[in-house]
Design a protein around this ligand. Sequence first.
Ligand code: TRP
Length: 348
Amino acid sequence: MSGDSFDASKQRSDAIKADLTVHPENYIMLTGDRPTGRLHLGHYFGTIVQRVKMQNIGITTRIVIADYQVITDRDSTDNIQDNVRNMVIDYLACGIDPEKTIVFAHSAVPALNQLMLPFLSLVTESELHRNPTVKAEQEASGHALTGLLLTYPVHQACDILFCKGNVVPVGKDQLPHIEQTRNIARRFNERFGKVFPEPEGLLTEAVLIPGLDGRKMSKSYGNAIALSATAEETAKLIKKSRTDSDRTITFDPENRPGVSALLTTAALCTGRAEADIAAEIGDGGSGTLKKYVTESVNAYLAPIRERRAELEARGSYVDEVLHEGNRRANEIADQTLQEVREAMHMVY
Ligand code: TRP
């Protein structure tokens, strides 16, 4: 995406952020996750906290568990049901309120998926091939480019537009998807009559929490602290994280990625500044640092883990939340598809 259009997106994003608390009733937020594993601290500080905040100031909020997106770059749906169920548990444990926020699975909402056909007619092959995220994901996966991966930004447009979402919290790398969604909405409205809003990306400003080795936190790197991990598993993971032999602890992400990632993790969990924590530990070495990080993370996650355990003990409750979310999402999707049929004069 060019610098100009990034600046324009950023400006619009800032303007909306300022307006969210003033006019929450004007916004419908849609966002989602792929159920490829457990949510971790990176997801939590990166997006979940903001979703809960938006929900609680009265913005209409919807979360898609993008199960179909899992097979964009892999052959199997192993563990997918378990991942979806645990994702719902994680959301609820973090403060997502199913009375306020509709949580649903992609594959459970046929009318949402049917939007894919008219939407695909509104994009060109070269637009699809130009998307930088699609390219990057294909390269990372080591798989051939599947039709689903190539067209998943269009599928994401279906997720956003089925509920007429007009704000989508995104990282910078997802802005091309929003641009694609805006194009689809605008072209549909021009060709067939106004049905859809042109959604805006809300650029997330949260510090990107590094994984324990200083790389991006990701399950596949083995550097992520899952919300669902036990206190002991957390301690173990932190203990084996790579630091360096300099006993004096300093915050220096470039030269000391391991030590600095640990400091950032503790800073997020305690609300303190990295440099203050580093100064306090002084020349206590990485053993002292790791002990402090472990205690901070476990103290922070304790109430979330407690709610997780309660939810797991409540039998079918989690399934009921998802069923109800699916039901409500279907209601909205059916209504939108009906409007699409009418706009396209395809009512039979
Ligand atoms: N692609 C997103 C991810 O990989 C998940 C997602 C699916 C999504 N549909 C969406 C995000 C719509 C925002 C809006 O995490």
